[in-house]
Ligand binder design. Structure first.
Ligand code: ADP
Ligand code: MG
Length: 709
């Protein structure tokens, strides 16, 4: 092949320096390869030609053959428009231009057959097609036959610079001519055969110039598979080499602390799911490789006890452990809960958060460094440079989605000594816990390099939470219900949205709501707590404490209570303006109740005006308690980028595959990537030569790896 795909795009016929610059700035196209990998967003079926007399008032793109019999310029209030009368044997329509009129007027040929293509408007009793794509019939017939018209991504600037869809299609024709349409195969013969995939050449040809629906579908399948396959190949090989290269601390003892706790202090029988996860963790810890495990478990599934038992394994082997939580309230709660669990043991445990006084920190720092302190629980404060461990063997991060990847990796280096050198260069084991159920599909793509454990079973005896949707107009009934529940000794959460952009307004809503609740639930019969983001941490904790102790019956709060708070006696969660919350947030909030033996309720309050998306969210909440099911709906509604926050939104940069819709292809790509790497970790076997070559090229040119950090 004479032309290299890494050739700068400026050398392609039809591309000069100007176009090259626009292609680069607008579409990131620098090389032949980049253009080849510019896949169409959609296709228009151009196998049909319509007669003017057949046109319907729909907004479909149509293709019509006819002649221009007359052109005129029409003055209008804002500028002029150019109007051509276009006819065939069945009728007349108009072609209209608002821009580039001079050029068009000079170039259009009267009385010659054209094929025009575009959307038709119904205007002044006639069909009119603004800015049609046009081609002389004789060129159209001579050109490469395009049965299905690909529509490429476009931008306003591309359009202004005349790089229309048709131009891009033309450039691709040149590219195929110059390269003779010969591209290196990037998958192995075995994969092509087993999955009945189109060869690379044929797939690329049909993605740009599909001959028919069937070949298009096959081309798409092949290219989606390829894209996902190489992502998985990278993630999995990263994971494999991490396991080989990054030595882990070997916790080979299941010692006295763990055994004693298991036999004498466990407050309940572990669920099978919890037992399995502990088994998986134990296997990691004894494998000589560093553990990097994501523990997913719905709210209330009992992740804390798993964390505690993992810490015991670390301590049994002579190491320290730490647990980092995203908020002070949560860190406090963990600290208190874990201290309670460890009551009968003489394990040393301390709490470190932003509001711990300097004087109290000093001994913590000292005891950490000399090794007296075995467990440290806290917030981001753990990441401060002053915090140095004697021998950190295990770092646990709760509610992972609140922390960035950078923070997670900072914990790794906490195994270092005060002088900054990494002790034995062996990083601590890392366990990341999240209650945001990440759909497996997404977890596989985002965390493909982590091992994943799932607690998919709730502790026994839990009654599923009853969820209902109520309109604001039914508030009185809801208040009556609250009163009845309080009479039974239960506690109530009432949550208001607090979203940054409209903070002042939200704050007012919250305070108004609070006042009206105070009016309806007056002292001394009712005690009410309030917690919101503008309060000092100490005041928040005080109010929270009162609620935890049962001194107050109602907790009015913003979403600060979203994560992790555990008050088993609270049985009603009322969410105000529920339409403003995302699904995963609603699910997290609901998870604050249903923790005790009583029947719990979640009431979603909204006004009557609801978007269809909001309706779907509410219906989903009412229908199911299953966090994974909810996460799947959320993913479909919002797309993966939003779901994970901006950090991971890079995943949207997939060129052809769609994480949600192509779930099945992703699974298959992952399966084959694992099989191949298991059998041939370095891709040295002759049968994997094509894969090895493509993989090295991809890593070298990085053009599809941009979305992997
Ligand atoms: P989360 O996974 O949301 O962090 P927690 O660890 O806070 O859940 O556990 C929720 C509640 O369930 C706690 O009160 C805990 O004591 C209790 N719990 C956990 N595991 C079990 C179990 N196997 N049997 C009974 N109760 C359990
Ligand atoms: Mg928790």
């Amino acid at each position: 092949m004479s032309v290299n795909l890494q050739t700068p795009i400026v050398y392609l016929k039809g591309v000069g320096p100007n176009r090259a610059e626009t292609l680069q700035s607008e579409l990131g196209i620098q090389t032949f390869q980049d253009l080849l990998n510019l896949f169409p967003n959609r296709y228009i079926d151009k196998t049909q030609y319509y007669k003017i007399g057949q046109l319907q008032r729909s907004n479909a793109d149509v293709q019509v053959v006819g002649k221009i019999i007359h052109i005129k310029t029409v003055e209008q209030k804002k500028g002029k428009r150019l109007v051509a009368s276009f006819v065939d044997e069945t009728g007349e329509m108009e072609l209209v231009w608002f821009r580039s009129q001079k050029w068009i007027r000079e170039n259009l040929k009267i009385n010659e057959p054209y094929v025009v293509f575009g959307k038709c408007n119904w205007f002044n009793g006639k069909f009119s097609m603004p800015h049609p794509e046009m081609e002389l019939l004789k060129d159209h017939q001579a050109g490469l036959k395009i049965a299905m018209q690909p529509i490429y991504p476009s931008t306003e600037k591309l359009g202004n610079k005349g790089i229309t869809n048709r131009v891009i299609s033309k450039l691709l024709q040149h590219l195929f001519l110059e390269t003779k349409g010969m591209f290196l195969e990037t998958l192995s013969p075995k994969l092509l055969h087993e999955l009945n995939l189109l060869p690379k050449n044929k797939a690329l040809f049909n993605i740009h110039f599909p001959k028919n629906q069937d070949l298009l579908a096959k081309a798409q399948f092949r290219l989606k598979f390829e894209e996902l396959f190489y992502i998985q190949l990278q993630l999995i090989s990263k994971k494999m080499s991490r396991k080989q290269k990054i030595k882990g601390l070997n916790f080979d003892q299941v010692g006295d602390l763990f055994n004693d706790f298991y036999q004498n202090h466990l407050p309940f029988e572990l669920t099978n799911a919890q037992k399995n996860v502990i088994k998986e963790i134990r296997a990691d810890l004894g494998s000589n490789a560093q553990m990097n495990r994501l523990l997913q478990g719905d709210v209330g599934s009992g992740k804390t006890i798993v964390a505690v038992m993992t810490m015991l394994l670390a301590i049994d082997n002579g190491f320290q452990a730490c647990l980092m939580a995203p908020t002070e309230i949560l860190a406090n709660q963990h600290y208190n809960g874990i201290k309670e669990l460890l009551k009968g043991t003489d394990i040393t445990c301390a709490l470190l958060t932003g509001s711990i006084k300097k004087s109290a920190r000093k001994p913590i720092h000292e005891q950490l460094e000399n090794g007296e302190l075995q467990i440290l629980i806290g917030t981001h404060a753990l990441l401060e440079d002053k915090v140095q461990f004697n021998n950190l063997g295990l770092a646990i991060v709760d509610e992972q989605h609140r922390f960035g990847v950078a923070q997670r990796s900072k914990l790794w280096h906490k195994g270092s000594t005060t002088t900054g050198e990494i002790r034995g260069a062996i990083p601590p084991h890392v366990l990341v816990m999240t209650a945001t159920p990440i759909p497996r599909t997404l977890a596989m793509s985002l965390y493909g390099d982590l091992d994943i454990s799932v607690i998919d079973e709730l502790p026994p005896g839990r009654k599923p939470i009853k969820t209902v949707h109520r309109f604001d107009s039914n508030r009185l009934k809801v208040f009556r219900f609250i009163r009845d529940e309080i009479k039974k000794g239960r506690q109530i959460y009432i949550v208001y949205p607090l979203i940054q952009e409209s903070e002042a307004l939200d704050y007012k809503d919250l305070m108004d709501g609070y006042e009206s609740i105070v009016r309806d639930f007056p002292l001394p019969d009712y005690q009410i707590s309030i917690v919101h983001g503008k309060m000092k941490p100490a005041d928040k904790d005080y109010e929270m404490e009162r609620f935890v102790k049962g001194e107050t019956q109602i907790m009015v709060a913003t979403t600060v209570i979203e994560v992790g708070v555990n008050v088993p006696n609270a049985s009603v969660m009322i969410i105000e303006s529920a339409e403003r919350f995302g699904l995963s947030q609603l699910h997290q909030l609901r998870g604050r109740v249903g923790r005790g033996a009583d029947q719990s309720f979640c009431i979603l309050m909204t006004g009557h005006k609801l978007s269809s998306e909001a309706k779907t969210r509410l219906e989903t909440m009412v229908k199911t308690n299953d966090g994974f099911e909810i996460a799947e709906v959320d993913l479909k509604l919002r797309g993966p980028g939003d779901l994970m926050g901006t950090q991971q939104s890079g995943i949207l940069n997939l060129k052809i595959a769609d994480i949600v819709k192509d779930n099945a292809i992703l699974k298959s790509a992952r399966y084959y990537a694992i099989q191949i790497l298991k059998d041939d970790p370095m891709l040295e076997k002759p049968e994997n030569r094509a894969i090895r070559h493509a993989y090295t090229q991809l890593l070298k040119h990085k053009n599809i790896w941009n979305y992997i950090s």
